[in-house]
Ligand binder design. Structure first.
Ligand code: ASP
Length: 348
C-alpha cells in the first residue's frame, strides 16, 4: 500500500512539473499596440494610451498557456524612445531573467524604433532565455487590429525552448526576426518588418513556433558589453548624405559634442566631397566616424571608393545606420580604441 501511495505521489508530482506553466513577464513601453483612436476606420490615433493590464486582458488566451505578469516600463510612442528608458528596460530584463523570476520576457513596443531597442537589448541582456519584442501596426480600436494575435504569438515565442539562445527577437505578422537583422520597411503595412541581409529566422502561426536559422553574430551572453558598468551613453549622431550635400550638419554635430558620427553615405557609403573632408576633420578632433550606407542592405566595404585608412574612418559591416549608432554608443561607452571598435562591428 505504501509503495502504491509513493508511486501515485511521484506520478502526480511529475505531471505537476510537466504541466507547470512558464512565467512570462510582459514589459510594456507603449506604441501603437497600446494606442487608441476615435473609430474603427480612423487612421489618426495616439500611441501609448492603453495600460499593460488592459493589453493582457484583451488576450485572455495567454493566461491559459503561461503565468503572465505585467509591468509598465513607459507608455510612449517609440519615436520618443530614449537612453533612460533603454537603460531601465535592460536592467529590469536582466534582473527578471537572472533572478529566475521569469522564464521569458515579452516587450511591447512601438514599431518606429523597435529595431533599435531590440538590437540594444541584444547587446546588453546577459541571459540565454527568450526576450521577444512585439508591437502592432494598427491601434487597439481599429478594424483588424493586429496587436492581439501578435501578442499571443509573442508569448508563445517567449515560452518556446527553441527560442533559448537566439538573442532578442522581434515577432510581428507571424514572423520571427533576429534583433541585429530586422528593420521596419513600410510606414503603414502590417508586413513591415524584414531582415534584408539575412531573412527571417522563424515563423509563428497561431502560436506554433518554428525556427529555420540561428543568428551567428555575438549577442546576449557572448556580447562584449556590460550594462552594469555603463552609467550613460555618449552622443552619436547619424548624418544623411545626398546629392549636392554640404558639410554643415557634420560640423554642427562636432561643435555640439558628438563623440561619434555614423554617416548614411550614398551607395557603398560614399559622402559628398565637402562632407568627406568635414568627416576627416572630425576624426582629427577625436570623433569616431563610422561609414555606413543609406541604401539599407549590403555591406559598406572598407577602403572601397573612400580611403578609410587615410581618413581614419571605421565601417559598419552590414548594419543599417540606426543599428550602427546603437553599437557605436555602446562601443564608445566601453573603449576609445578604434581597432577594438572596428572589431565590434565585425563580430556583433
Ligand atoms: N509611432 C508608433 C510607435 O512607434 C508606431 C507604431 O507603434 O506602430 O510608437
Amino acid at each position: 500500500m505504501r509503495f502504491i501511495c509513493k508511486v501515485v505521489f511521484f506520478m502526480l508530482l511529475g505531471s505537476m512539473v510537466a504541466f507547470a506553466k512558464p512565467t512570462i513577464y510582459i514589459l510594456a513601453t507603449g506604441g501603437t499596440i497600446a494606442g487608441s483612436g476615435s473609430g474603427v476606420l480612423d487612421s489618426s490615433y495616439t500611441s501609448g494610451t492603453v495600460t499593460v493590464d488592459k493589453l493582457i486582458a484583451a488576450v485572455p488566451e495567454i493566461n491559459k498557456i503561461a503565468t503572465i505578469k505585467g509591468e509598465q516600463i513607459s507608455n510612449i510612442g517609440s519615436q520618443e524612445m530614449n537612453n533612460e528608458v533603454w537603460l531601465k528596460l535592460a536592467k529590469r530584463v536582466n534582473e527578471l531573467l537572472n533572478s529566475g523570476k521569469a522564464d521569458g520576457i515579452v516587450i511591447t513596443h512601438g514599431t518606429d524604433t523597435m529595431e533599435e531597442t531590440a538590437y540594444f537589448l541584444d547587446l546588453v541582456v546577459k541571459s540565454d532565455k527568450p526576450v521577444v519584442m512585439v508591437g502592432a501596426m494598427r491601434n487597439s480600436g481599429s478594424l483588424s487590429a493586429d496587436g492581439p494575435l501578435n501578442l499571443f504569438n509573442a508569448v508563445n515565442v517567449a515560452m518556446s525552448k527553441d527560442s533559448v539562445g537566439k538573442g532578442v527577437v522581434v515577432t510581428m505578422n507571424d514572423e520571427i526576426h533576429a534583433a541585429r537583422e530586422v528593420t521596419k520597411t513600410n510606414t503603414t503595412g502590417v508586413d513591415t518588418f524584414k531582415s534584408p541581409n539575412a531573412g527571417k529566422i522563424g515563423t509563428v502561426f497561431y502560436g506554433n513556433v518554428k525556427y529555420y536559422m540561428t543568428p551567428a553574430r555575438k549577442h546576449t551572453t557572448k556580447s562584449a558589453f556590460d550594462i552594469e558598468k555603463i552609467k550613460e551613453l555618449p552622443r552619436v549622431d547619424i548624418i544623411f548624405s545626398h546629392s549636392n550635400d554640404n558639410p554643415d550638419f557634420i560640423n554642427l554635430a562636432v561643435a555640439n559634442g558628438a563623440k561619434g558620427i555614423v554617416n548614411a553615405g550614398m551607395g557603398n557609403g560614399n559622402p559628398f566631397p565637402s562632407a568627406l573632408e568635414a568627416l576627416g576633420e572630425a576624426v582629427k578632433k577625436g570623433v569616431v566616424v563610422v561609414r555606413d550606407s543609406r541604401v539599407g542592405s549590403g555591406e559598406t566595404t572598407m577602403n572601397g571608393e573612400v580611403d578609410d585608412t587615410k581618413y581614419g574612418f571605421l565601417t559598419s559591416d552590414n548594419l543599417n545606420v540606426q543599428k550602427a549608432r546603437v553599437l557605436l554608443m555602446l562601443a564608445l561607452a566601453t573603449t576609445n580604441d578604434k581597432a577594438k571598435i572596428q572589431e565590434f562591428f565585425l563580430t556583433h
